[in-house]
Design a protein around this ligand. Structure first.
Ligand code: TNX
Length: 627
């Protein structure tokens, strides 16, 4: 009962003191992510039953109704009949007289015991309303097998909702590790359920070229395959002479068209990235003639190579631009997106400094240095894309040496470069590492798969994409980025993406005022249950303790323990036994007993163990102080 009261209170506080009537609905049924703009809970339910009809007032909505039926029918065990028109049941309605307030993606949902009415200006809004309906249904709806013991009730509710930002993205790097077409579709499906609308597809990098280019077949014949390795990234043994290149894969034109169509049905725009002029080792391996030294190399397997092996294409060579024109012609034809991402990040320019053709370009174009050579390259790429009716996006390094006139900047090295670009009047997508990098640790690193640096769920949730003093219209939105150096499987991609991706979905969709960390965490816990039914992996790192060793003023060594979320208790031992509810409970910074060798930590929620057992040697802890 207290949960219900808590939610009602929450509704009043966070939805502008609206009238909220008493209800029998459990909070479990009302755990919407992202949180809607306005919500009013009412008495009663609408029950979806065998025979419930979905009415569409426009043919445009038939695919949305079809999508909804596919999502619901497996668990429900029956199909929802779809009829054009209107009637008693679930009505999907595109407004003839547009409601300015709802914009292109907003919707209004009205659920009464008699029926459901979902209205919007466009099919996009209806699609997002359908996501809300699905999240209002019991968690078992996520199951792909029949759940016969469930009443498919939707609580009576009135919702008015629209996104804060037009760009709500996730990026997946399919170069460092390859993900199949089916996995990519699954990723798109998952992000769309949280009302995200951009899938940035990082298709090329030093460890693999993943898209068929018919006019340059070696890009995939050679560039898509490398020797198989499983060891730690950057510590791997390079490909050996004569070793088979059995690891990899690529997407054919047919595959790409299929994925683009799949994304379109989910109102997701795919922004393809071909990363140039750096991160191009796979390109060079396929066509050494467009590198500065023409050295023949193997595809990088995750061994150290930067500055030693060439991975920037030669910008002095005209042939480079002929090849790029071929590549981007096919890319522009395959992807309907108005944007193409050309990378531009971390370009090593050492080989350009030694290359006669690059030097000649520098003098012919009266450029000052290799930074300006990169800027020359990006400006030329912008013209190339414009001729194909596309707009250029690049990582924030494209600012170096001068920004191309109409470029959109993806700010990743913090927000500063995004701010700089916005101050020059450019559009910006904010993806700063400290909030948006889904490849980073999401909790105590000794109990996580190896990666580097930290981005907790809380760090993602507290992200504010619009810096003070910047015109908010120039900030298109933001994006979570999943780089896949240490992501060898799709299950692990899910683990790294959720729940941080849910936090970002709320940052990009919901209004600032409606965000609330502790309420979000409660909803996340409900979504864990939903993900379990959907067999979707996620991380529970938010339950692990935060361990911070420090030296006090008098130089004595102490350890602070905290939790990322509320209502957890921490128990610990120094005596080499596993802690439980009866071990010492953490209250204040710990002083390490003189001869202790190891600290063990366990968190509890409602007296039940949760999270992972953390076990750290005192030496490890000491080392962390100076890090
Ligand atoms: C930087 S972000 C990169 C990627 C790496 C990533 C690892 C960016 C534009 N470049 O190539 O995969 O860090 O976190």
């Amino acid at each position: 009962m207290s949960k219900i009261i808590a939610f009602l209170l929450f509704s009043v506080v966070f939805f502008g003191c609206q009238k909220v009537s008493n209800t029998t609905v459990e909070v479990t049924d009302l755990s919407l992510i992202p949180i809607p703009e306005k919500l009013e809970l009412r008495k009663g339910n609408f029950a979806i039953q065998n025979g419930t009809v979905v009415y569409c007032n426009s043919t445009e909505l038939l695919p949305v109704a079809g999508y909804m039926n596919t999502k619901l029918s497996a668990a429900m065990g029956f199909n929802l009949k779809t009829i054009e028109g209107s009637g008693k049941g679930i009505n999907l309605v595109i407004l003839e007289n547009k409601d300015k307030n709802l914009g292109d993606e907003g919707y209004q949902l009205d659920v009464t015991p008699a029926g459901v009415e979902l209205i919007a200006n466009k099919a996009n809004g209806i699609f997002y309303g359908v996501q809300t309906i699905m999240q209002l249904l019991p968690a078992k709806i996520k199951s792909k097998t029949l759940q016969s013991d469930v009443k498919w009730n939707i609580p009576c509710i009135a919702i008015e909702d629209k996104p804060r930002f037009p760009w709500r993205g996730l990026m997946l790097d399919v170069s460092r590790h390859y993900f199949t077409k089916e996995e990519v579709k699954e990723y798109i499906d998952q992000l769309a359920e949280y009302k995200m609308n951009v899938f940035h597809w990082h298709l090329t990098d030093d460890q693999g070229w993943r898209i068929e280019i018919k006019s340059l077949p070696k890009l995939t014949e050679k560039g898509a395959w490398r020797a198989e390795r499983v060891g730690d990234w950057w510590q791997r043994e390079p490909q050996l002479e004569g070793e088979s290149t059995s690891y990899g894969g690529f997407y054919s034109h047919k595959d790409i068209k299929e994925v683009v169509q799949y994304a379109k049905e989910r109102f997701v725009e795919i922004v393809p990235e071909i990363d140039v002029p750096g991160h191009s080792l796979a390109t060079i391996a396929a066509y050494p003639e467009i590198s500065c030294t023409h050295t023949v190399t193997d595809i990088n397997v995750g061994n150290k190579f930067y500055t030693v092996d060439e991975n920037s294409i030669c910008v002095g060579n005209e042939q480079t631009f002929d090849y790029l024109d071929k590549i981007f012609t096919e890319i522009a034809e395959l992807f309907p997106s108005e944007y193409i991402h050309v990378g531009g990040d971390e370009c090593y320019k050492g080989f350009w400094s030694e290359c006669p053709k690059c030097q000649k370009r520098i003098s012919n174009e009266a450029l000052k240095n290799t930074d300006e050579l990169q800027s020359y390259f990006i400006k030329r790429m912008e013209k190339m894309l414009q001729a194909k009716n596309k707009k250029l996006i690049g990582w924030d390094e494209i600012l170096e040496g001068g920004l191309a006139p109409n470029a959109t900047v993806m700010s990743w090295r913090g927000m500063k470069n995004g701010i700089k670009a916005a101050n020059e009047g450019h559009k910006v997508i904010m993806t700063p590492t400290q909030h948006c990098y889904l490849d980073l640790y999401q909790g105590e690193e000794s109990v996580e798969p190896a990666t580097y640096s930290m981005c907790r769920l809380m760090d993602s949730y507290r992200f504010e994409p619009v810096p003070e003093g910047i015109d908010p219209n120039l900030i298109l939105g933001g994006q979570g980025n999943l780089w896949s150096e240490s992501v060898p499987t799709f299950r692990h991609a899910e683990y790294m993406t959720w729940p941080r991706g849910w936090a970002l979905a709320e940052v990009f969709w919901s209004s600032k005022e409606n965000k609330n960390w502790s309420n979000f965490v409660q909803r996340v816990e409900k979504h864990f249950v939903r993900a379990d039914y959907g067999k979707i992996n996620y991380a529970q790192s938010m339950y692990n303790a935060i361990v911070t060793p420090f030296t006090d003023g008098d130089e004595s060594f102490k350890i602070k323990l905290e939790t990322e979320i509320e209502d957890l208790s921490i128990f610990y031992t120094f005596d080499n036994t596993d802690p439980d509810l009866y071990s010492p409970q953490y209250k204040t910074a710990l002083t390490v007993p003189k001869d202790a060798t190891r600290l063990r930590i366990m968190t509890y929620q409602n007296e039940k163990p949760i999270g992972k057992l953390i076990s750290l040697t005192i030496d490890e802890l000491k080392k962390r102080i100076n890090k």
